[in-house]
Design a protein around this ligand. Structure first.
Ligand code: PGA
Length: 249
């Protein structure tokens, strides 16, 4: 069985005071949990994470990264800077970035590559909109999103990525994919990974994201190809995030 991984995606939420309370609360309840866990926070708070989480079981990371190593790119954050704050993970291709910042499959692939080159683990997000699901295009859409990354990274590098399936219609809406619906897509993603690297495909974590909560986490993560969660709203409450980590353990 693959080890489970639970990652909080804080999105654009937090303050120094609120983060301190949240992180302290999570750390206090982590004792005895077997699942690996992390929080992906807004970049200004990476230093705070490093200070509070160093040496703990809770890893940290960012929510986006530049394709560029440095230089005249106003507003961008380089992978080497994330590493400077001892990030382990960076989310790439979240549907909110694809939708609001026009990120293409090709750009997301280049971000994944930049993360890997720096020694970070990219969490590559894929997912279909409601319209795409209703048009029967789910497999084609998520397949193309993953393909762009696999093609650029190549078969040897893919062992080092995490994939997150996040149906867009389930994000922040309280509508979760049923375990069977999610499993169907996860199985397809695993098959696609196998075609690229059969050995690596068995160990790559494929997380589910989209309204995962304490009351549905265990059922989702009991599916054969669901290896954990990428958690938005429920990651902002220590109690709920801990309950999901326990469900994964
Ligand atoms: P949600 O967000 O858990 O609030 O639906 C998940 C995500 O966007 O990563």
């Amino acid at each position: 069985m693959r080890p489970k991984l639970v990652v909080g995606n804080w999105k654009m939420n937090g303050s120094r005071e609120a983060n301190a309370a949240l992180l302290t609360g999570i750390l206090a309840g982590l004792e005895g949990s077997a699942a690996a866990c992390a929080v992906c926070v807004p970049s200004p708070y990476l230093f705070q994470c490093e200070q509070l989480l160093q040496g703990s079981k809770l890893a940290w990371g960012a929510q986006d990264v530049s394709t560029q190593p440095g230089g005249a790119f106003t507003g961008e954050v380089a992978a080497s800077m994330l590493l400077d704050f001892h990030c382990r993970y960076v989310i790439v291709g979240h549907s909110e970035r694809r939708a609001y910042h026009g990120e293409s499959n090709a750009l997301v692939a280049r971000k994944a590559q930049a993360a890997l080159d720096a020694g970070l683990t990219p969490i590559v997000c894929v997912g279909e909109t409601l319209g795409e699901r209703e048009a029967g295009e789910t497999n084609a859409v998520v397949g193309a999103q993953l393909d762009a990354v696999l093609e650029l990274l190549g078969k040897d590098a893919i062992a080092k990525i995490v994939v997150a399936y996040e149906p867009v219609w389930a994000i922040g809406t309280g509508k979760t994919a049923t375990p069977a619906m999610a499993q169907e897509v996860h199985a397809q993603l695993r098959t696609q990974l196998r075609a690229c690297n059969a050995v690596a495909a068995e160990s790559i974590a494929i997380l589910y994201g989209g309204s995962m909560k304490p009351d549905n986490a265990a059922d989702l993560m009991a599916q054969a190809d669901i290896d954990g969660g990428l958690i938005g709203g429920a990651a902002l409450k220590a109690e709920d995030f801990l309950a999901i980590i326990r469900a994964a353990s």
